[in-house]
Design a protein around this ligand. Structure first.
Ligand code: GH3
Ligand code: MG
Ligand code: MG
Length: 506
């Protein structure tokens, strides 16, 4: 069996593959930097000529050099962003030539003018690719070597070597810094993009309150954002022995449940450790056992509520390299948070809906739930050509009971009656608190005779020796739900009129 390869990863462990970001590529920025270097060089050159300097220097040539440098600087600043890419190489090479001419005209091959060569290196390593920068350094150092050959000096070679070494060291530093800054800028850009997309996802998923649709939508978004083939949500099963597939988008995992014991895979590990798990070995993903086209890269992101894992967002790719995407961990983290919010919202909606349909005191469905349920029962009876009975049940003399024993005792009786009656019913029967001390009961697939038996059983179960009256109506095969209920209500009224503690069927 192949060794399971897991990588439990913290943030930012991936090497970022650099591609050019806008950080150092703007033509305008390049032109301004080089233009200013030209002007700074020209100004220093002019100052060196005004200040006391060697009598051997060719002042006329140096002044003309200064003038040329000013012109070059002005041209670079004026042309700015319109300069094509190759124009900067030409301008920098011209800079190297001007520096070499200044060194020659100074008649001193170890003149401080050679410091300007360092500027060439710094500029090249900052703005150009490494190979291009090396080409500029080679040109500059070649030119400098030529001046040393033309005007040999005792310390010439040492000076040349020092200049080359300084150039390469400084250039190396600049190059490394630029690469890092570029990568970080790129990562930041990608993170910002994924945050924006996740926010968009959050917005669209927020409208879905139905639990299955919301889970599917957030999985679809996760798959789209990460370029995955399948994204799935795994949640603890009711018994607590496994993780269960509760939503997915893309090809379905073959296993609907992942037991916590028995060679736990990445999903179970992520759930139990609360850490992101990534793998590229199939053994880590028992969810695809037996699938010939199983994915080849996997990431399991724990979904936490108050720091405690409540689910796992699993992302599956056919392309094993997808897992190397530098912003993947950030995106998965955001998606995990989004899944947490979605699950919480869906749960809340379910609770709210159930609260809106439940009577607080008795825990029975309330009148709103009844008004929704009865038409459904009528439709079903019509479709199945089945019988359906409805009963209205009302406690007798409940006002007196309240008056004698107090409202709280009345509440207790209502609760006890609801509980006792529920025990007498089948799972398909529907008992609701219609209002006050009045209850409505739907009895699908019950003949009037059977309904009478059930209602009498209910009446007999009324707690504390209290009594109740009931009106029973059998659906006539055509009438509407309100008409059916109206007939049951009329029968109840008749039962009360006839002295209470009895049921009447119509
Ligand atoms: P009948 O036998 O004709 O049905 O007489 P009754 O007294 O039961 O009926 P009536 O409609 O005159 O009074 C109903 C009483 O039920 C009045 C009201 O205070 C009481 N009631 C309604 N809802 C509640 C409740 O939630 N808790 C309590 N304790 N009493 C309630
Ligand atoms: Mg009553
Ligand atoms: Mg009443």
């Amino acid at each position: 069996m192949a060794v399971v390869r897991f990588a439990v990863m913290g943030g930012g462990q991936f090497d970022s593959r650099s591609s050019l970001s806008g950080l150092t590529t703007g033509a305008w920025l390049r032109a301004r930097a080089l233009g200013l270097l030209y002007i700074a060089g020209a100004s220093i050159g002019a100052a060196s000529l005004v200040l006391p300097h060697s009598v051997r220097a060719d002042d006329a040539a140096l002044w003309s050099n200064t003038g040329l440098a000013y012109l070059g600087g002005a041209a670079l600043l004026l042309l700015g962003g319109r300069i094509p890419g190759w124009g900067f190489h030409v301008a920098l090479a011209v800079g190297s030539l001007l520096i070499t001419r200044a060194v020659l005209a100074s008649h001193d091959p170890v003149s401080f003018y050679t410091v300007w060569y360092i500027w060439v290196g710094l500029y090249a390593f900052y703005f150009f690719a490494r190979a291009e920068a090396f080409a500029h350094v080679t040109l500059a150092m070649g030119l400098y070597a030529a001046t040393l050959i033309a005007h040999p000096a005792p310390s010439g070679l040492a000076r040349w070597l020092t200049t080359v070494a300084t150039l390469v060291v400084a250039g190396g530093f600049i190059g490394a810094l630029v690469t890092r800054a570029r990568n970080q800028a790129q990562l930041a850009e990608q993170s910002a993009a994924s945050i924006a997309t996740v926010a968009e996802v959050a917005h669209s998923v927020a409208r879905l309150s139905e639990s299955h649709a919301a889970r599917t939508a957030v999985c679809a978004a996760a798959a789209r954002l990460t370029g995955a083939d399948t994204a799935a949500i795994w949640e603890p099963a009711r018994g607590g022995a496994s993780l269960e597939l509760s939503g997915f988008s893309g090809p379905r995992p073959t296993q609907p449940a992942l037991p916590f014991v028995a060679a736990p895979g990445g999903a179970v590990r992520a759930f139990t450790t609360g850490q992101v798990v990534a793998a590229t070995a199939g053994d880590a993903a028992p969810e695809f056992v037996g699938e010939p086209r199983a994915p080849r890269a996997f990431l399991w992101q724990p979904v936490r509520r108050d720091e405690v894992p409540i689910a796992v967002l699993a992302i599956y790719w056919q392309n094993a390299r997808a897992i190397e995407e530098p912003t993947l961990l950030t995106t998965a983290d955001l998606l995990g948070a989004e899944v947490a919010v979605t699950l919480e919202r869906v749960e809340l909606m379910i609770r709210l809906e159930s609260m809106a349909r439940t009577d607080d005191l008795t825990g029975l469905p309330n009148r709103r739930a009844w008004d929704e349920e009865l038409p459904r029962e009528v439709l079903r009876a019509r479709r199945e050509k089945a019988s359906l009975c409805v009963a209205m049940v009302d406690l007798d003399h409940f006002k007196e009971y309240n008056d004698e024993r107090g409202h709280q005792a009345g509440d207790r009786l209502l609760k006890q009656a609801a509980a006792a009656w529920t025990l007498e019913l089948r799972g398909t029967d529907f008992l609701a608190r219609y209002g006050g001390e009045e209850f409505a009961l739907a009895l699908p697939q019950c003949t009037p005779e059977e309904a009478k038996v059930v209602v009498e059983r209910l009446r007999a179960a009324t707690p504390q020796g209290e009594t109740c009256s009931a009106g029973i109506a059998s659906w006539d095969g055509v009438e509407s739900a309100p008409a059916l209920l109206g007939r049951a209500d009329a029968a109840l009224y008749e039962a009360k009129r006839r002295g209470r503690n009895l049921s009447i069927t119509v």
